[in-house]
Design a protein around this ligand. Structure first.
Ligand code: NAI
Length: 391
């Protein structure tokens, strides 16, 4: 395993910024690279400001100051020359396959013979990114959650070509990156499948949500009533949460899984029409609710009686079991732990061990009601076989 001293963070937008900060805090020499000079300058300024705050709170390492940490940071707009001094590239450029493939090849063509290329993509195949770079065994995924310094989870992904050595080195680097809120959790992702673990497990809940939105629109049920169904167990009901995340994001994610997992993910009428009208939720001031005056006040006194939180737990358990069936993870503890570290909510397995038979029944009914085959329980869920797959 090559010793990693110099980490090149490529693409210094929202994610690269956070990755740069934690890599510096881990003691690595960090080279920030972006094609946009202002993005680089902003990243350095933001990282420095973050480090100063930590220094003031006494949260930097023994004898370290914001200036001593930032002194290990350099920047460049030229990947081909900067990569000559790097041991690993962690890539957070825009989510476009041609750009990812391009920077991966530039890394392999110009970097030292041991260099590793780790992609932070959320939706792209790591195998495809590395396919034409000439050293696909040294390409893997390293998927962070936003904001990087605060979210504990990092998924490290093995592509069809990633070597054990590359994977182990990336796991080791990920483990060294500090988290400001609790202990980092590194989830090994053993197969390059859409959504990896955390995003994948949560994805099919959107099939259910989209169905409910359409049903409510047809039956004259208000959005407030759907959110009232969520009750006090949900800090935000389904409609408010969708507004908060952004309807365009939900639409985009559903289209992605419709292509990669099942056509049942196709976004429904309500979501599609709202996106077409430019009502994207919080970011545009209007979605299901009016956000122009801040967080909307939602009257939850009248329930619709159509949304059942237990259905979402069943959907999560089913998708978690599919992740196990496909060999993306070997045990359910990894999946539950990754969900907690990546979403700040418990995964479904702990409750699912006791409830899987009942929940499989709920899913059979839900699949019939919605006409969405994808919601049917998989074999591993129905049989309860996952219970034995802890680690
Ligand atoms: P962003 O748009 O904030 O930053 C992208 C940066 O890449 C920009 O500064 C841009 O100038 C730079 N860039 C574009 N082409 C480049 C090139 N050829 N070479 C060097 N730099 C280049 O995007 P964000 O949100 O930081 O996302 C980056 C990646 O991280 C994407 O792949 C995204 O899917 C992934 N991701 C994003 C998450 C999020 O919550 N935003 C969460 C997890 C992963």
């Amino acid at each position: 395993m090559a010793e990693i001293k110099n980490v090149l963070v490529l693409g210094t937008g929202l994610m690269g910024n956070g990755i740069g900060q934690v890599a510096l805090m881990a003691g690595y020499n960090v080279i920030l690279v972006d094609i946009v000079e202002e993005a680089l300058n902003k990243a350095v300024a933001d990282i420095e400001e973050g480090l100063k705050k930590l220094e003031a709170k006494g949260k930097l390492g023994e004898g370290e100051t914001a200036s001593s940490v930032i002194a290990k940071c350099s920047k460049s707009t030229d990947l081909a020359s900067a990569v000559k001094n790097a041991d690993i590239v962690i890539e957070a450029v825009i989510e476009k396959m041609s750009v990812k493939k391009d920077v991966c090849k530039t890394t392999m063509d110009n970097g030292p013979a041991h260099i590793i290329f780790a992609s932070n993509t959320s939706t792209m195949s790591i195998t495809e990114i590395g396919k034409d770079c000439g050293a696909s065994e040294r390409v893997c995924g390293m998927h962070f959650f936003n904001p990087v310094p605060l979210m504990r989870c990092i998924e490290v992904i093995k592509s069809a070509d990633t070597s054990d050595d590359t994977f182990n080195t990336a796991m080791d680097v990920a483990n060294k990156l500090p988290c400001l809120r609790g202990k980092r959790y590194i989830a090994p992702v053993l197969k390059d499948r859409p959504g990896f673990i955390v995003n994948r497990m949560n994805a099919p809940v959107q099939i259910y949500m989209s169905y409910l939105f359409d049903k409510a629109a047809e039956q004259g049920i208000t959005w407030e009533q759907i959110d009232a169904d969520g009750g006090s167990l949900m800090p935000m009901g389904p409609c408010e949460l969708t507004d908060y995340v952004g309807l365009d994001t939900m639409h985009h994610v559903m289209e992605y899984y419709a292509e990669t997992l099942s056509p049942d993910f196709k976004p429904g009428k309500v979501i599609s029409e709202m996106v077409a009208a430019g009502n994207l939720g919080r970011k545009t001031g209007k979605g299901f609710f009016d956000w122009s005056g801040g967080r909307p006040k939602i009257d939850k006194s009248k329930k619709a009686g159509i949304f059942n939180l237990e259905n979402t737990m069943a959907i999560l358990l089913n998708e978690g079991c599919r992740i196990l069936e496909e060999g993306v993870a070997t045990g359910f503890k990894t999946i539950d732990d990754a969900n907690m570290a990546g979403m700040n909510t418990p995964g479904p397995f702990s409750a699912g061990k006791k409830n899987y038979e009942k929940w499989a029944g709920l899913l059979e009914k839900l699949a019939d009601e919605t006409g969405k085959e994808y919601l049917k329980p998989c074999e591993l869920m129905k049989s309860g076989g996952f219970v034995k797959m802890r680690k």
